[in-house]
Design a protein around this ligand. Sequence first.
Ligand code: ASP
Length: 441
Amino acid sequence: MNAPAARNPSLTVQILVALVAGAVVGMVLNPFQDQTLVQTYLVDGLLYVVGAIFVAALKMIVVPLVFVSLVGGVTSLGNLTVLGRMGIKALALYLFTTAVAVTIALTLATAVSPGEGLDVGAAEVEFTGKEAPPLTEVFIDMVPTNPVQALAEGNMLQIIVFAILFGVAVIMTGERGRHVLNLFADLDAIIMRMVEIIMRLAPYGVFALIARTFAQQGMDLILPLLAYFLTLTAALAIHAFGTYSLVLKTFTGLSLARFYAKMRDPAAFAFSTASSGATIPVTLRTVEAKMGVDNSVASFTVPLGATINMDGTAIMQGVATVFIAHVYGVDLGMTDYLMVVLTATLASIGTAAVPGVGLVMLTMVLNQVGLPVEGIALIIGVDRLLDMMRTACNVTGDCTVSCVIAASENALDRTVFDDPDAGSVLGADGHGETPDATHRT
Ligand code: ASP
């Protein structure tokens, strides 16, 4: 039981191995999909159950974690001016990076012209667009009429608003509020421990999720859409490694190599679950325990980012718009491009942090520039894999902005950031944890 820690590969390594092994096993299983044994018992049986349990366990922890952590964060700030300033900075940065993301997507897609010469007949799947909620509703909806319902439904923006108000009231209540404050600090430590327990299941969960996706998808779906797939992948990579590096270096001067090394866990979780919402526990833990961002910042920027910051999704919408325009032979003018930047940025705020929603919100962008919504049917086949990649990009953005805001608020512990082993959860024996890494000040 108490084997030396060094003999156990770190959890991050285990997760990465699981990811690659899952992809390989999935691709091997793909040709055997019509076999009952493979399909019913393995793909839709074992792999499905293990993957679904893992995602359910992650989601289970999101609502209590965000609520408890955010109340703790607000109360530890002890100052409403700081909260307001942080809110404005976060919003500005999240919107700015998203606008840059769509611009990269549009520039690259226009240069590469994916979709030129593609037969429209390829759209075999029907796609009926859903009405995207108007932006006014998004704002009104932020205030919960019933906070219990907001918690029960996991409505992140509503939970954020309620938790902030609750935290503010705790500060204003003075002495009596302090008891509640201590209670929340203790609860937070317990819930973070729960996150670590769930993370230990990750290698199995990640393996099952990835193996099932690859078994179902197969590579042949991608071939006819290769140009679209590659353009989108390139745009995501440019943004994830270029834009964020620039932002991080300019505003914080932190080591980029270290940042990306520490991004491995949340990126792997985001990739395998395709949900930045379900990844919140891992993102929050990484940002706090591994990158040294104080809870007062992270508890606010991470859930907010997971909800409104969707750079990867906006990139998909940019590339998809140009692709669909090409397929249908529609010429987009400068105003159309600006319209796409604006709507994709705003749409990303309204995009729920769950798999596939970005595609639904694409309806809004296409409508805006008068493109046929049915065009979405063309790309739906390859969307799952791309969803995984763009979610990893979304989460990288959340972590970047969290570090930038923490640095600007003097709430970044650079010694934690510079320590490669900070906050790492090691293998089965439990060594290597940093019990105090999540300790609130
Ligand atoms: N799956 C994405 C996320 O959760 C949203 C999307 O683009 O569909 O971040």
